[in-house]
Design a protein around this ligand. Structure first.
Ligand SMILES: [Zn+2]
Length: 138
């Protein structure tokens, strides 16, 4: 997608999520892992939801998961999306557990099914930003 100007809003990394977005640029899906109980979580959550520990390390996820739920957006809530509706938005449950808000690509919206296996694709939308989307997998 980098061959044409990307005009949609791009997430801005903060201190808590910098490693996540840096990883995406390198083709890695990075998660926080609790060093006490090994449970994974997304950046932005200070405490482990299992053991309440704040001790974490960054760990590379497999990039595999399943489509937990999805919707098809018809409403144009932001002018930048006016030319692309309808489009899908999805919640993917990673094999490691956390659920990530994303889009499913390389699949017609009519073919989306909950629980379908998916894998991460790294969409470099600009020199600075790579978005993690998912496509069907075996
Ligand atoms: Zn924990």
């Amino acid at each position: 997608m980098a061959d044409q100007a990307y005009t949609l809003p791009i997430p801005v990394a903060d201190e808590a999520s910098q490693e996540f977005f840096d990883g995406a640029r390198e083709g890695k899906l990075m998660l926080l892992r609790c060093t006490q109980c090994q449970r994974y979580r997304l950046p932005g959550r200070e405490l482990c939801s299992d053991c309440w520990s704040t001790d974490t390390e960054w760990a590379q996820a497999t990039g595999r998961g399943k489509l937990y739920t999805f919707g098809i957006m018809h409403q144009k809530y932001h002018p930048a999306f006016a030319d692309m509706t309808p489009y899908n938005y999805a919640l993917v449950e990673l094999d490691e557990g956390p659920r990530l808000v994303t889009n499913i690509v390389e699949c017609d919206d009519d073919d989306l099914r909950t629980d379908m296996p998916v894998e991460a694709v790294f969409d470099a939308v600009s020199d600075e930003a790579t978005l993690i989307r998912f496509r069907p997998s075996e």
